[in-house]
Design a binder for this molecule. Structure first.
Ligand code: DGP
Length: 111
């Protein structure tokens, strides 16, 4: 089982900020902004490259819920959403996840 599957199942503890039947959001262990959350599907999808039409409802649910998670984290002045996909993007955990970064002005460079 991958690291984020273990977090999703509760085997590894995390600082959860949102959970429902299919998705989970928790604080990144190595925050790169005052607010740095990770949002994951509970089902194992290795990365964005693993998303198929079968995941349509799940992906829609993720994107409907991310603004709510950001709002509840106090990010009323904006936030950045990132999903690293593959080696060139430095994806380090092979389970689809979205970083929500905020709580300060982001830099204009994204890479
Ligand atoms: P990425 O590099 O895009 O694959 O991001 C993986 C993120 O996961 C990275 O910012 C650090 C975070 N992370 C790694 N291990 C753990 C952990 O055990 N708990 C939590 N909360 N975050 C973790």
């Amino acid at each position: 089982m991958c690291l984020f599957c273990k977090i999703a199942s509760g085997e590894i503890p995390s600082s959860k900020v949102y959970e429902d039947d299919t998705i989970l959001a928790f604080r990144d262990i190595n925050p790169q902004a005052p607010v740095h959350l990770l949002v994951i599907p509970k089902a194992h999808i290795p990365s964005l490259d693993g998303v198929t039409a079968e995941h349509g409802a799940l992906i829609a649910h993720l994107f409907e819920t991310i603004p709510q998670i950001a709002r509840e984290a106090g990010l009323t002045n904006g936030y950045r959403l990132i999903s690293n996909c593959g080696p060139d993007a430095c994806q380090s955990v092979p389970h689809l996840h979205f970083h929500i970064l905020g709580g300060r002005a982001m830099t204009e460079t994204m890479a």
